[in-house]
Design a binder for this molecule. Structure first.
Ligand SMILES: O=C1O[C@H](COP(=O)(O)O)[C@@H](O)[C@H](O)[C@H]1O
Length: 263
């Protein structure tokens, strides 16, 4: 992939959220014209709060500026092997920050959490989630990889994304769509994650990273050769211009990677 990822840097988190809203709704429009639904995967961590700020802002009255939630299918980019109401659950976080706050008049998305009956066995948990994806993406046909309209990612301070961690064997997974991890360096240790080929196959991939705590890792990922082998750097390398970074000034201070002005 030759072209480099798009970097957007706004002065405040409110401005990041406003730009992210426009971007997500552009992706929604393109997806609805392709197949009348909007299939996305979302991460946990700091992402749901910014996403909620973006999507729950008042619309300008036009259809293009409205999230049509009843046409959304929401999957998880990664999930922790905990009950859905546990404080570590990515589903639980999205529910608290976004799903519970969507006004009934805006419609309800279809949400695909993990099967909590499988929490004791992360391989089964991953396999079942892969089957969920297979039935949602493949229908009766077999597909090599699920094609998400948009995957929304975070970037951990070590450069991890989803539950793909620096130097981990899972970065070399080429067959599974969803894989278990039992030794996550960030607690909780037991998780499942979309694999790199699934992430980089998506139509569009957005990272959201704000605050001074992300400054050093963003510089490494976007400005150095060393950063290319980190999980976020691998997404950049393999998906190129399909990738956009939504950041604020605090997270991008001192970064030389060229910034883009408009979407
Ligand atoms: O553990 C996780 O961390 C990453 C990054 O989180 P952040 O709080 O640094 O944004 C997150 O994207 C992932 O979904 C989550 O499981």
């Amino acid at each position: 992939m030759s072209k480099s990822p798009n970097l957007y840097s706004d002065s405040s988190v409110d401005e990041v959220a406003a730009r992210l809203r426009k971007y997500v709704l552009n992706c929604q429009k393109a997806a609805l014209s392709r197949h009348e639904k909007f299939q996305i995967a979302v991460s946990g961590g700091s992402l749901p709060a910014t996403l909620s700020k973006a999507l729950l802002a008042p619309d300008d009255g036009t259809l293009d500026d409205k999230p049509q939630f009843s046409k959304w299918e929401i999957f998880f980019a990664d999930e922790r092997a905990v009950p859905l109401d546990h404080e570590d659950s990515n589903y639980g976080l999205l529910k608290k920050d976004l799903l519970d706050k969507i006004p009934p008049t805006s419609g309800s998305p279809q949400v695909f959490p993990v099967n909590v009956k499988m929490l004791d066995n992360t391989q089964e948990l991953a396999d079942q989630y892969q089957e969920t994806l297979m039935s949602s993406f493949a229908g009766k046909d077999s597909v090599r990889l699920p094609l998400f309209d948009l995957i929304l990612l975070g970037c951990g301070p070590d450069g991890h994304t989803c539950s793909l961690f620096p130097g981990h064997d899972l970065l070399r997974e080429t067959d599974a769509w969803v894989a278990p991890i039992e030794d996550s360096p960030k607690p909780p240790q037991r998780r499942i994650t979309l694999t790199l080929p699934v992430v980089t196959h998506a139509f569009k991939i957005a990272f959201v990273a704000t605050g001074g705590g992300k400054k050093d890792i963003l510089k490494k990922i976007l400005d150095t050769d060393e950063g290319r082998s980190l999980p976020c750097g691998l997404v950049n390398e393999q998906a190129g211009e399909k990738v956009s970074w939504f950041t604020d000034a605090a997270a991008t201070e001192g970064i030389s990677h060229p910034r883009r002005g408009s979407l």
